[in-house]
Design a protein around this ligand. Structure first.
Ligand code: SER
Length: 589
């Protein structure tokens, strides 16, 4: 089966069960400063799992792009990917365990044709927070899943939460037999080679608080997730996800560029998989509707690490890393039918990758030489922190790369020493924090600064005129000529609405409201009702800009001192940016 068939079959099946198909959200979370990336389909839906009304209803389904970098060291094996697509369906306070299991069973056996005999499931074993899930177990039994294929497991395995706090609950996970011959009856937790997990149905009925206590949610939800790559691999009987149509031609291209054969040599195979995985993730991160570029902080740093790692592995199999843009181009072509943002941001993707490649390949060889020289003199088995910092600062080696390269040569790295060298340097140059919040500002001339303030007024005006408090910034780009602002909204604005927005902004300019700035921890900023978060984590101190009684946003600034400085606001154009996202161009004069 091909990827597009599985996506289609999944969405159509749940649509036939009354679910509304919603578009994938951005990879950069909108309202959750505690994580850098969207890691599951439920992520963008958290407010709705907590009880807010979703405009599309109570039964939803989608294919969500996700990035998880926690397992980056595992990439290169058969199944781990840093980017993946999650097929998901949700009940927001609608159906619960029985229907959820019935739908999953029907989809797997009837639509995908997996024989019942090949399925096994796990259910929550129960503890002081939540009882043993006999309801789920009985439902599985009613579909003919035998008792010895139902495994009861504790929280460690059968409880799902996105991070440490938030909506959560016991889950039932669905596994498919790989055909491995085994002794006895090992559970999926005991034998991950016998059983491959393909689907996770979470019964979200609790909220976990920072102190570790649970309270019931106002509604009982179902949140399911099925990994597209892994399921395709299983359905086709492949040994690894790299054999699926999502990767097969990329691997072929890497064979052509390197003159080496995939599958013959372990190192070559691993390198090709790492390059294929990392280049795909990089393509999606830069090409995202809220796309990022390589940098030294937050998401930009992760992107930089992925690209530099791909570049390094390309070199190990004698691929000229300048050719990696060809791989990105192939991914754009492959995915643009599903994710149109890739085609829209094509130039940006290719340019950013080429820029990063140029920057890093200049220093990579010298950095490797430097590392090898230093290792010759090392006493013991540990590379000192100052050297690790020099490799970062002078040669652009992300610390994770230094650790990996040192390990390949049998050495460790003094990470505490690295951290200390890093902090000493930061204290001297004081570079860090300010950069982080520059957001969409291309330069900070007077007009750009004022246009930035106009952007805040525009967002607040859109919320008021359209009567939707959940309108968020989806992207912003400001030059000295104009502002460009993307926001979530599902239809074009009427001429009347555009006029009202323009008038409302101009009214605030006339009122000459003061623009004030306060610094506070991000949690407090949220509590005070400020919107807009760009990659800040809990505990970070952020700036909150308040414009009179009209707007309050977390932002790095800089801004006008009072709105009168903007003179007059003109909305130039409103149009579609991507599915569910509108784009406004406006200027001031
Ligand atoms: N949120 C659950 C998971 O990521 C189900 O989608 O596994």
């Amino acid at each position: 089966m091909k990827s597009y068939e599985l996506r289609e079959k999944y969405l159509q099946f749940f649509a036939s069960k009354g679910h509304v198909i919603i578009p994938s959200a951005s990879l950069i979370p909108e309202n959750d400063p505690s994580v850098l990336f969207t890691t599951a389909g439920m992520h963008p839906l958290v407010p709705y799992l907590l009880g807010q009304k979703h405009p599309a209803g109570r039964r939803l389904t989608d294919v969500q792009k996700c990035v998880r970098t926690g397992d980056i060291d595992e990439v290169g094996d058969a199944t781990h990917c840093t980017f993946f697509e999650m097929l998901g369906n949700w009940s927001l306070g609608d159906y619960f365990k029985k229907e959820s299991i019935a739908y999953s069973y029907e989809f797997l056996t009837e639509v995908l044709g997996i024989p019942r005999e090949k399925l096994a499931v796990t259910v929550f074993a129960g503890d002081e927070d939540c009882p043993r899930d006999e309801v789920a177990a009985n439902e599985w039994k009613s579909h003919g899943i035998p008792e010895d294929r139902i495994f009861y497991l504790p929280k460690e395995h059968n409880w799902w939460i996105a991070s440490t706090t938030g909506p959560c609950g016991g889950d039932t996970e669905i596994f498919v037999d790989t055909g491995k011959k085994v002794e006895g009856n090992p559970s999926p937790a005991e034998d991950g080679e016998k059983w491959v997990e393909i689907w996770n149905n979470v019964f979200m009925e609790f909220y976990r608080h920072p102190d570790g206590t649970y309270t019931p949610l106002s509604q009982k939800n179902v949140d399911t997730g099925m990994g597209l790559e892994r399921t395709l691999c299983m359905l086709n009987g492949y040994k690894s996800v790299y054999e699926t149509d999502l990767f097969a031609d990329i691997i072929e291209k890497l064979e052509e560029l390197s003159g080496k054969k995939y599958g013959e040599d372990e190192q070559v195979t691993r390198a090709m998989r790492i390059i294929a995985d990392h280049m795909r993730t990089a393509t999606f991160l830069i090409g995202d509707e809220k796309g990022i570029v390589p940098s030294n902080v937050d998401q930009g740093y992760v992107l930089r690490r992925l690209l530099r790692r791909a570049i390094r592995f390309a070199r190990t199999i004698e691929i000229d890393s300048a050719l990696l843009t060809q791989i990105a181009q192939m991914y754009i072509d492959k995915y643009k039918g599903v994710y149109s943002e890739l085609e829209m941001n094509k130039e940006k993707i290719l340019t950013e990758i080429a820029k990063e490649e140029e920057k890093f390949s200049k220093t990579l060889e010298n950095g490797i030489k430097e590392m090898e020289k230093v290792l010759k003199w090392v006493q013991g088995d540990t590379l000192n922190g100052k050297t690790a910092f020099r490799l970062y600062d002078t040669f652009g080696f992300p610390i994770e790369m230094t650790v990996e390269m040192a390990a390949e040569r049998g050495y460790k790295v003094d990470l505490d020493g690295y951290k200390k060298a890093f902090e000493d340097h930061q204290a001297k140059s004081h570079a860090g924090a300010e950069q982080k919040f520059k957001g969409g500002l291309a330069d900070t001339g007077e007009r750009t600064v004022y246009l930035h303030t106009a952007t805040h007024l525009l967002l607040a005006a859109l919320k008021k005129v359209l009567g939707k408090d959940d309108i968020r910034q989806k992207g912003s780009n400001i030059t000295s000529e104009r502002l460009r602002f993307d926001f979530n909204f599902d239809r074009p604005l009427t001429d009347e609405e555009k006029k009202k927005v323009e008038d409302l902004v101009n009214e605030q300019i006339k009122r000459d409201l003061p623009v004030t700035c306060e610094e506070m921890p991000v949690e407090e900023a949220h509590k005070s009702g400020a919107t807009g978060v760009f990659g800040s984590k809990y505990g970070d101190v952020v700036k909150v800009y308040t414009i009179g009684d009209f707007s309050k946003e977390i932002c790095g600034g800089p801004h006008a001192e009072h709105t009168g400085q903007l003179h007059h606001f003109t909305l130039l154009k409103e149009g579609s940016s991507s599915a569910g996202v509108r784009r406004i161009r406006a200027t001031i004069d």
